[in-house]
Design a protein around this ligand. Sequence first.
Ligand code: SF4
Length: 478
Amino acid sequence: MADKFKTAIELDRPREECGVVAVYASDEGAARAVFFGLFALQHRGQESAGIVSSDGSVLKRHVQMGLVGQAFREEDLSLLTGHMAIGHTRYSTTGSSNIRNAQPFVTSGINGELALAHNGNVINAFDLRKQAEERWDCTFTSGTDSEVMAFLLANAPGKNWEQRIAYLMRNLQGAYSTVVQTKDAIMGFKDPLGVRPLCLGQWPDGGWIIASESCALDHLGATYIRELEAGETVLINKEGVHSFVWSGTTSKRAMCVFELIYFSRPDSLIRGNLVYKTRRAMGAKLAQEHPADADLVIGIPDSANAAAVGYAQEAGLPFSDGLVKNRYVGRTFIAPDQKLRELDVQLKFNPLPEVLSGKRLVVVDDSIVRGTTTPRVISLLKRAGATEIHMRVCAPPIKWTCHFGVDLATRAELIAANNTIEEIRKKIGVDTLGYLSLRGLLDVVDRPQQGFCDACFSGKYPMPVQLEMDKLLMERAE
Ligand code: SF4
């Protein structure tokens, strides 16, 4: 979705990366299962959606701009025949929001025809694309890293998929939780640092599903089996399920800690733990670090609600809804005019004055990115009668950009990269402001020391990155 269609509040959030699903079904309904799986992952990307299916001999593709429900009609799904399918819902982190960049990509090479979709960001994709153009004299049709991955895999040397994926992993740098459809198999694999989530599930009738998050398995009646390991590939074909781990995978892990703070759905399991419970524990830690003399705790809906409940319980304060969220604004292709843009926050949130009036509030949010909309939310709460506002943020200050599949903002736009906490407090207009410390966050999520990426807070990237990143680099070079 182009930025002009987004409200300012949408632009002031960490932008989700992508969601992927792959299904090996016991019947011909794989594409339909993928469609509903993508529905469950809609929060991970709202710009375009696509599915590629296979009946064992032919790949069929449908991609379209928009939400999953907008991208497919009944007749589109009925053409996607076969017992295997992969799907993708996209937020653009490499390449513009454009139909030619919609995934999955289908390509062919010495290893036959395949389709690929991924969640993450391959930071050396531009160099790999130039090398491929020189070596194979090929032409790419999109400006994405995913098409480069698909091409390299379709042309990778090796006698089997284990050797070909090893070739790919040797060459790629970055984050990539990926699904692949060949004519007779589906595959899912994760980069050797395990930055983005990817899990495996099974249906009682013997069918298999691989998805970004376990909430997709739950909605489809599949049982969660496990998270894929970093550097692991799961290949499913008529012989069964095969797993192999790339030999270059080290013990270093860098799972995105923001998945736990904001991106993943609270009903998903990450590393076997329910995200909702983790967020409540973060809220409790926040209450220990930054107590407040207040009457009531509210969360900015929906992503901060679990942390707000955890804060309230730890602080011994009541919790209540204070803002009702209109979930569908910003999910439209109708651009708001200037007058409506100014009403941006009201388009999204409606306060409950009877709950808020006369109250000293603790307001819990999951993060502050640019800080452009927080003051407007605060004035909405004050207009509804709140007498004091104590802002509590369930993440450390965001000071660095992300290079692994999340669109945060440039460093110049990040409020915490350019202001002290006291300056931010004044800018957003609250009585007190407290952020969860990085140590506190890691105490909650990193037990027992499993290895997370926290680079947007600490500046310590798990691999070397070029700090000024251009997501349209490959398109500009055309
Ligand atoms: S930099 Fe931040 S958002 Fe990006 S992968 Fe690391 S923790 Fe996640």
